[in-house]
Design a protein around this ligand. Sequence first.
Ligand code: GSH
Length: 319
Amino acid sequence: MIELYQLRWSHYVEKVRWALDFKGLAWRAIDIVAYKKQEMSRFPCAQTVPLIHDASTGVALSDSSPILRYLDEAYPEPPLLPADPVAREEAWQWMLRLDSTLGLHARRLGYTQIIMECPDALPRLFMTRPFGGLFARRGWRSLAAPVLGMMLTKRFRFDRNQQDRIYERLESLLLPLAGRLGRHAYVMGERLSAVDITLASLLRPLRIVPHFSHHPRLQELFAWQQRLFRSHNRDAAYPYETMIEAQRQRSGVMRAGVSWMEAPAVAVTDADGLRVVAANDQHSVSGLSLFQAWPGYLKLRWFSGVGKRAYSPAPYLEA
Ligand SMILES: N[C@@H](CCC(=O)N[C@@H](CS)C(=O)NCC(=O)O)C(=O)O
């Protein structure tokens, strides 16, 4: 039995759940409390989720791509990575690149979208266990939402999305992939690999970011993701998707117009050298730095430069 330490809605975690299911392995999930992570502190590896503990080999490991590689080595059938060493290295580089770019940028913009449109979703994700779930309840959650919003803004620098050109970076990464996946079933080769699982999983938060989900040139990419989700039973809605959808239906609007992208977007790409490990972008948050985050949070909530548009479902969902 493999134990998977998780935050349920994490796209990096979903990548590992998918790989475990793909291999038909027996596993069980352990939900962690994000601030303390006490549940997994006994393991001497980086304290990020996903983290797995394989009771049959004694291996404990975090970081989604090394976890997929471990699973493929320990349980080779069906394979996740190509057998040929050159193709294998190519797949590995794809995975690290997607973890270090798409995974981080999509997380940043997914949480940004939640803060702009329904910050009350944050306590319903993060506060279901602390204080007996009090702050996830109606009324109380409106108190917890700005504190969590500030904490996340500080941790991931959502207030610097424009400056750091996150929308531009993602567009430059995704447009060529959309072109490719309009013509081919998989990123590499003729069968599903760890690269496809990585791309489809890490793209998930962008399904709630209309700049991407409604982008006319990205519909083929989301349609590809949707086909893969359906054929591998991964398409159950995530709680944050349901919450934001309900909010959009109630209000009739969504935050979709990224003002600085309305002029022809400048292509900005991430460094593309060989990688050894995936990059991460979490910054530590102390009590004082949390207090300093409120202007950034308020700006994001009310003056982010992402304007309202009438709500409509993404075209790929209607096709
Ligand atoms: N490169 C890592 C990224 C993992 C990561 O950043 N996980 C987040 C959840 S999405 C986490 O551990 N969050 C808890 C925290 O921020 O302390 C991977 O691929 O697993």
